[in-house]
Design a protein around this ligand. Structure first.
Ligand code: ADP
Length: 707
């Protein structure tokens, strides 16, 4: 509004003008207040910002002066901008004195110039590549201990621009020393355990061997029982030592897995031989359900697999008061030459509480101590089994119901060495089997026949064994026909059926091949005339072998899977035994001679004496102790093999108290053929003699087992 001179205004106009001035004054005052407020806010903000910056500085300072890490910030010209106080250890100066000094002039003269030169080069590289570099390193310092460091060089990127590098050097000397000390401790623990095990095993050899020899002398029943207990206790002590030794090796990561081509049949036989007797002694039924079409030869560490399966089976025997145990071996094909073998052990035992299951594979863990009070154990078996399985690319798992039973399953990948079925029956359509007997063992045989698709008929399905026997001997009662009316080619009967009745049946079935299903325990008595004996636990390979043998081809009694009452007779063979320990030498010698096998034995108390004997006479087999003072067993073997002489090609069996499971491959690598662990086991000795002596010098006979 144009200003009108006051004197020209009317009164009303003047009033209006004053009112308008007042309004504008009020507006201005308001604006003023807002401005003041804004100014105050800005001032507060400025102050906060300042103190934040100071705080940030303070934090940075604190960090850099207190961190034990050596950190250096370099600009793009490789000059020092900032660093942590810890760097004084390398630079010998406070960081204020270092500002803008070139990197290669930062360090004290004692620091290895090669390291400085290398770091200078690497920081430039990072500046160029803009990629973080991490590496372990050792800084040598003149007159001082080395500093072991872990170094990180990173580019200092702001947006896309690289402003320099950050060098972080962490001293890990203490850590490394601690690690070295721990490794050293583990090594000495392992070697202590190995030595201790060796030291304990040597006298155990004498205790066990001498007890077994004692058992061969005339004794009354009480004395025999004492000896049986001595041998049993020695065995359990040895198995504890083995567990501890194995576990310590696994713990120290020193377990060696040695894959070789092996026969599954042999593995199963060995397992059945060990566990069958133990199960039967406890009154448990043991069944082996082996897939007949599983490849017969595989590549893997059979010794370790055997160890795991035996451990699961012996647990099943230990923790099952009554009922049955089933070992099932099945497989799935995972590739043209690859299978996953699945071995499961199922028991009707005490079972495991769900809350205990996660603990089972811990070392030394034993669960449900109330229920297991009377059962001995170290709690190492499962821990070892699982670790072993895992180191072979497999695993062990559990499924259990408390009070009902447990199933432990080992899954393990194996290569196929020979793709033929483990148990195949030739011309199955021509076979008709007559089964005579009842009970779980007969049921098991029937299951296998079904699996092999073999026609079979049970004699008097509803009869008891006694009724059966009566019917058998009753000549007027007709024999059953096979389903299609063809003649029976084979007859399988249980050892409960009286031999007299079987003899009658034999007359009525003159063309039939007879086989008896025998339990190991009751097998001490001589059976009647029969074509074959099939021992429990019956394995499908045994059954197929029986079915494949043409009827009455041989009337020689064939001893099948019963190593515990095995007795072999050796004729015209000579062995050399070399051992520096007098008692062990005697035990081995006596076991071989008196022992069981009637060998001619020559003994030597050391390698040089042994070598002398070797140059003079020929032996069929050499047993050589591994650890001997002076020349040891391996060196002695090398000497025999490399010198001309009558024993250059003789089989050499190592005798050793160091029976870790990987020893076999070790001895084979060393040019030996086999090994027998101490304490020497009769059955092992029998196995070795059968395997390595010329076949014409070994006959298997059937006699009562001792003890
Ligand atoms: P050990 O048998 O020497 O005590 P293991 O490691 O073999 O050691 O087993 C650990 C624990 O697992 C045993 O103490 C037992 O409580 C339990 N266990 C193992 N196997 C079975 C089984 N088949 N049935 C019930 N419990 C079992």
């Amino acid at each position: 509004m144009d200003e009108e001179p006051l004197e020209n205004m009317t009164l009303d106009q003047a009033r209006a003008e004053i009112e308008s001035l007042r309004r504008s004054l009020r507006r201005r005052e308001r604006d003023n207040r807002v401005l003041t407020q804004m100014y105050q806010n800005a001032e507060r903000l400025r102050q906060t910002f300042e103190s934040e910056k100071q705080l940030q500085h303070l934090y940075n300072d604190l960090l850099l002066s207190n961190t034990p890490n050596m950190i250096i910030l370099l600009n793009e010209n490789q000059e020092y901008i900032l660093g942590s106080s810890a760097c004084a250890r390398l630079t010998g100066a406070r960081h204020t004195e270092l500002s803008l000094r070139p990197f290669n002039l930062l360090f004290r003269p004692e620091i290895d110039p090669d390291w400085v030169e290398k770091m200078d080069r690497l920081t430039r590289e990072v500046l160029e590549s803009r990629e973080v570099l991490r590496f372990n390193d050792t800084i040598r310092v003149d007159g001082e201990p080395d500093i072991h460091v872990r170094t990180t060089i990173s580019p200092m990127l702001v947006g896309t621009v690289c402003h320099g590098t950050t060098v972080a050097v962490n001293d890990v000397t203490e850590l490394m020393l601690a690690q070295q000390r721990a490794e050293e401790a583990a090594r000495s623990k392992a070697s202590f355990l190995a030595n201790m095990s060796h030291e304990i095993r040597t006298p155990m050899n004498a205790i066990k061997g001498l007890s077994e020899l004692l058992a061969l002398t005339p004794l009354n029943q009480t004395q025999k029982n004492y000896i049986k207990n001595i041998v049993g206790s020695a065995d359990s002590l040895i198995s504890v030592i083995n567990d501890v030794l194995d576990f310590s090796k696994i713990d120290a990561n020193r377990i060696e897995i040695v894959p070789v081509a092996y026969s599954l049949n042999k593995l199963i036989d060995e397992i059945a031989g060990v566990i069958g007797l133990r199960a039967e002694e406890k009154g448990l039924h043991l069944f082996m359900e082996i897939a007949p079409d599983i490849p017969s030869h595989l590549v893997g560490d059979d010794a370790r697999i055997k160890q795991i399966v035996l451990n699961l089976l012996s647990n099943a025997v230990k923790y099952t008061p009554s009922g049955q145990i089933v070992l099932k071996i099945a497989y799935t094909r995972t590739g043209p030459d690859q299978i996953e073998m699945v071995c499961s052990v199922k028991d009707t035992g005490i079972g495991i509480r769900p809350e205990d299951i996660p603990l089972l594979f811990d070392a030394f863990a034993r669960v449900d101590l109330k229920a297991n009070r009377s059962i001995q154990g170290t709690g190492l078996g499962l821990a070892i089994s699982q670790r072993l399985a895992r180191s072979m690319g497999g695993d062990v798992t559990i499924d259990s119901e408390y009070g009902v039973g447990s199933t432990f399953t080992l899954r393990i990948p194996q290569e196929v060495a020979e793709d033929t079925a483990l148990a195949a029956v030739e011309n199955p359509e021509e076979i008709r089997v007559l089964l005579v007997g009842t009970g779980a063992r007969m049921e098991n045989a029937r299951r296998m026949l079904r699996e092999l698709h073999i026609a079979h008929t049970l004699f008097g399905e509803d009869d008891s064994d006694i009724g059966l026997a009566k019917n058998l001997s009753d000549q007027s009662r007709p024999l059953p026909d096979s389903d299609d009316g063809e003649k029976f080619s084979h007859c399988l009967y249980t050892d409960i059926i009286p031999e007299r009745d079987i003899a009658q049946l034999r007359q009525r079935l003159p063309d039939c091949r007879f086989g008896v299903l025998r339990s190991i325990i009751n097998s001490m008595e001589e059976p009647g005339r029969t074509d074959a004996m099939l021992f429990s636990p019956l394995v499908v390979t045994e059954l197929s072998r029986f079915l494949n043998q043409n009827r009455r081809m041989t009337t020689r009694r064939i001893k099948q899977a019963d190593p515990l009452s095995a007795r072999i007779q050796v004729t015209g063979a000579k062995a050399l035994v070399v051992d520096d320990n007098r008692i062990n030498l005697m035990v081995c010698e006596k076991m071989l001679v008196l022992g069981l096998y009637g060998l001619e034995v020559v003994s030597a108390s050391g390698a040089s004496e042994g070598l002398q004997l070797c140059s003079e006479q020929a032996f069929d087999i050499l047993f050589i102790d591994h650890m001997m003072p002076g020349m040891d067993g391996v060196e002695m073997t090398t000497a025999i093999r490399s010198r001309p002489g009558p024993n250059r090609k003789a089989p050499v069996v190592a005798l050793t108290a160091n029976v870790a499971n990987d020893m076999r491959s070790y001895f084979i690598k060393c040019g030996m053929d086999d090994f027998v662990g101490k304490p020497i086991d009769r059955n092992e000795l029998a196995r070795v003699l059968t395997e390595w002596l010329p076949p014409e010098k070994v006959t298997k006979t059937w006699t009562k087992s001792i003890g």
